[in-house]
Design a protein around this ligand. Sequence first.
Ligand code: PEP
Ligand code: MN
Length: 338
Amino acid sequence: MLVVMRDLATQSEIQHVVEHVHEAGAETHLSQGEVKTVIGVVGEREIVYALDLEGFPGVQEVIRVLKPYKLVSRDFQGEDTVVTVGTASIGGGALGVVAGPCSVESADQMMRTAEAVKAAGATMLRGGAYKPRSSPYAFQGMGLEGLKLLREAGDAYGLPVVTEVLDVRDAEKVAEFADVLQVGARNMQNFMMLEELGRMKRPVLLKRGLSATIEEVLSAAEYVVKGGNRDVILCERGIRTFETYTRNTLDLAAVAALKTLTHLPVIVDPSHATGRRELVAPMSRAGIVAGADGIMVEVHPDPERARCDGPQSLDFEQFATLMDGVRPLAVMEGKRLS
Ligand code: PEP
Ligand code: MN
């Protein structure tokens, strides 16, 4: 339920509502603009619906939200959320470019990649240390050693780093090294993990599940935000369809739709969405024109020798060319590379 306060409602009026809600046993989350405050009330439906807040001083309107997600919705917060990580921002006009290999393989690979993607204009470095592989016999990632190499490369070139938390038991350890915690497509509905990340102080990059609906993506994000962590970046990475030519089907309509439904930043991952190197640049551009707040692209010094996802990885030159194509479109969309 959303309690919309009158313009310039006083702090004591706001506090009065908040205290009443807490006494009844529900939670509050505040969205405070210059003039408008919206109090998001969440909790057991019976408790929330029994609250009779319409007549409270300073209350303009009480909206009962029927959707399963509330705090991530545009109704709760009209302005875009901007997620800031060190020097990089995503959302609210800031375009984020996350680039790097599928998996961390060596110090040399990470250092060279960080240098190249930074020079081409990337704002964050990616690299998986714990890899979710379909086959248990495929390379599973370097683990802790990989986290260290990713951190070192990011620090050497002033790039914040993004990496996946594959298991909730690793969350604390990954957070020691990473600036942004990625939830992979296969974990999008790992609710225990989402709740844990909601309690942590690191931004979360939440990838859309392989067959998750838009409502399910937003409900997953709600778990994190409800826990107190408002820094969530959504990522469209393609969904399973009957098409097999591409690895997945990039759902650009979902990007445009998400931008209307939520204030959270939305980025596009054209690498996992297509699985094909030659499609990564055009789909990056398409994502930006669809309204995405950024892209996440797999880049490797020698894609043919990559231990994971080589066929969809770009070499340094290809990534620089991609960025040349992205820049004018970012300007056209009123976005700045930060
Ligand atoms: C990744 O980005 O490293 C990854 C494994 O992607 P996804 O979870 O979208 O498959
Ligand atoms: Mn990959």
